[in-house]
Design a protein around this ligand. Structure first.
Ligand code: ADP
Ligand code: GLC
Length: 522
């Protein structure tokens, strides 16, 4: 719901920022207000630029991180989110007040900025531009899986809006000390800011190096890209334009979402053609890894989505969830292990390997429940797998949070044979709910799974390597004392945002201090 009145104060009428209590308090409806960062003398205003947020619209982990990290930082910094006004955002139950207007630039249309206050106090700035964003589908494409052909315009507009807000052009009475942009859709934010000589520092976080937003050089005039940007140190990428490279080239600092991935992407095997560029950023101290966490809703003792809540040691409670998952997927009753796949169905996730080991799992008395959507060919293969093994393998093409959570709670093992995994959240969710991941030893999986203690890691992207890890999982399943000991360790693993909040907060403060120092010297 959008209120058409231009609110020139730029603040929500009923809930002005700065009027909330210093600590979280419960408000009617059971919601909790975010704490305010007033106690922190180094408090910064941070604009968090993203293409998804789980509260409103998500296709994967970026949405989860965008919902959790600004909230986890609320006691230290004033972090506000900027997101395009897709239908899922505009038609959510939270009112939107128009607070500013931005003019067009090159082929990027003019737009409005709306403000949405989430019930817990998180402020979301909504980029309203119906011709670009009001379309049925995902943030990136139509429901048939095809990307929108004008994504370069759609997300350039997002980047430019962030730059405009940082330059106070929107006059929304809030100007960030730092802009934190995420993945290729926000890549042009640091770029426009650099080209316009804006001094506000920028942080760019890579959640997935493989999605780069590459377009033809012919788009330069439409996007208002200056000629000097078309060089190796700029956004030129093998004779094209890369939004991702723009973010990395012009940001004051780059992070990615795990320590191992930060190192991997500087090698040819994982660098997607950018390894040399990233290795040089690492040498200059401009690239670091900060792991994601998981939020407090991942608690099996309180999660309202579960058919039966359970605590560490209550394996009957866990079994009740397993029975529900078997029923939901049309699987036979069984005493064997239940494996879950909760995933975007894309090449990255190594689903072809799971397809190849499925027969082994079924012959060893295991069952598999699969939920997800993604590339049409991958969806087809998963459907075919379920047809091959009725009662043993079940597939739901689609996604919903309740089913996903029930699957983490009901399964014994989570299959995650990713070819690469920048961080991965599903393996942390699974562990928290007592499902042991069987996963490739790469990226964030390597950093968050203790091999043989909280899950099973395998090194090679091959059926043989995967099958060895599965054999170990079956052996553990046959010894309930061992299985339960591993479940206890997994459920108690300390995944939360605390570990990430401190390094991000420090980085925000350092980058702002550095930019102020530079400005003072000029
Ligand atoms: P990625 O971001 O690469 O998909 P993560 O493990 O970081 O992997 O995050 C996965 C998150 O996205 C989890 O919350 C998971 O439940 C959710 N998810 C998985 N598949 C889908 C899907 N097809 N659509 C929407 N969300 C999904
Ligand atoms: C990406 C990555 C995933 C990561 C997520 C959130 O989608 O594929 O590994 O956990 O972003 O950072």
């Amino acid at each position: 719901m959008i209120s058409a009145v231009l609110d020139t104060q730029g603040e929500h009428p009923q809930q002005p920022a700065g009027e909330r209590p210093a600590h979280s308090v419960a408000v009617p409806g059971g919601k909790t207000l975010l704490p305010l960062a007033r106690q922190n003398p180094n408090r910064k205003r941070v604009l968090f630029v993203t293409s998804e947020i789980a509260d409103l619209v998500k296709t994967g982990g970026l949405g989860d991180v965008s919902a959790a990290l600004p909230r986890a930082m609320a006691h230290l910094h004033d972090v506000r989110v900027l997101i395009p006004g897709y239908p899922q955002v505009l038609h959510s139950e939270n009112p939107i007040h128009i607070i500013g207007e931005l003019s067009g630039h090159a082929a990027l249309p003019a737009c409005q900025i709306g403000r949405m206050d989430m019930p817990d106090g998180l402020v979301i700035y909504v980029l309203i531009c119906p011709e670009l964003y009001e379309r049925e589908g995902t943030p990136y494409g139509a429901n048939n899986g095809r990307d929108w052909p004008d994504n370069h315009i759609r997300f350039a507009r997002l980047g430019l809006a962030a730059a405009d807000i940082a330059a106070n052009l929107a006059q929304i009475h809030w100007c960030p000390d730092l802009v934190h942009a995420h993945d290729w859709p926000a890549g042009l934010a640091p770029a426009y800011m650099h080209w316009r000589g804006q001094r506000t520092p920028t942080l760019f976080t890579i959640h997935n190096l493989a999605y780069q937003g590459v377009v033809s050089l012919a788009s330069c005039p439409e996007l208002g890209i200056p000629e000097h940007a078309l060089q190796q140190e700029g956004m030129e990428f093998y004779g094209k334009l890369s939004f991702l490279k723009a973010g990395m080239a012009y940001a004051s600092h780059i992070t990615t979402v795990s320590a191992t991935y930060a190192q991997e992407i500087t090698t040819p095997a994982f660098g997607c053609g950018l390894d040399g560029f990233l290795a040089s950023k690492t040498q200059q101290g401009l690239l670091s890894g900060i792991p994601n966490g998981i939020d407090e809703s991942w608690d099996a003792t309180t999660d309202p989505h579960l058919v039966c809540r359970f605590s560490i040691g209550d394996w009957d409670g866990k079994a009740a969830n397993a029975a529900h998952v078997r029923q939901m997927f049309g699987l036979d009753a069984s005493n064997g292990p239940l494996f879950a796949v909760v995933s975007r169905l894309v090449y990255q996730k190594g689903l072809d390997l799971t397809e190849a080991v499925a027969e082994f799992i079924v012959e060893s008395a295991g069952q598999i429940a699969i939920i997800g959507r993604g590339e049409p060919e991958e969806e087809q293969s998963m459907r075919a797998l379920a047809r091959r093994f009725p009662g043993r393998i079940g597939v739901h093409i689609g996604f919903n949070e309740t089913d996903a959570r029930r699957m983490f709670a009901g399964s014994d093992f989570l299959l995650m044979p990713s070819r690469y995994e920048p961080c991965g959240l599903s393996q942390m969710y699974a562990q928290r709910f007592g499902s042991l991941p069987v996963a490739r030893n790469t990226g964030g999986l390597a950093d968050t799974i203790e091999n043989g203690v909280t899950g099973f890691l395998f090194d090679e992207s091959t059926v043989a390597s995967y099958q060895q890890a599965l054999t170990r999982a079956f052996k553990v399943f046959a010894y309930p004392a061992l299985l339960n000991a591993m479940r206890c360790r997994a459920m108690a693993a300390p995944f939360n945002w605390c570990k990430a909040v401190e390094p991000y907060a420090e980085l925000y403060e350092q980058l702002v201090a550095k930019a102020l120092g530079q400005a003072a010297r000029q």
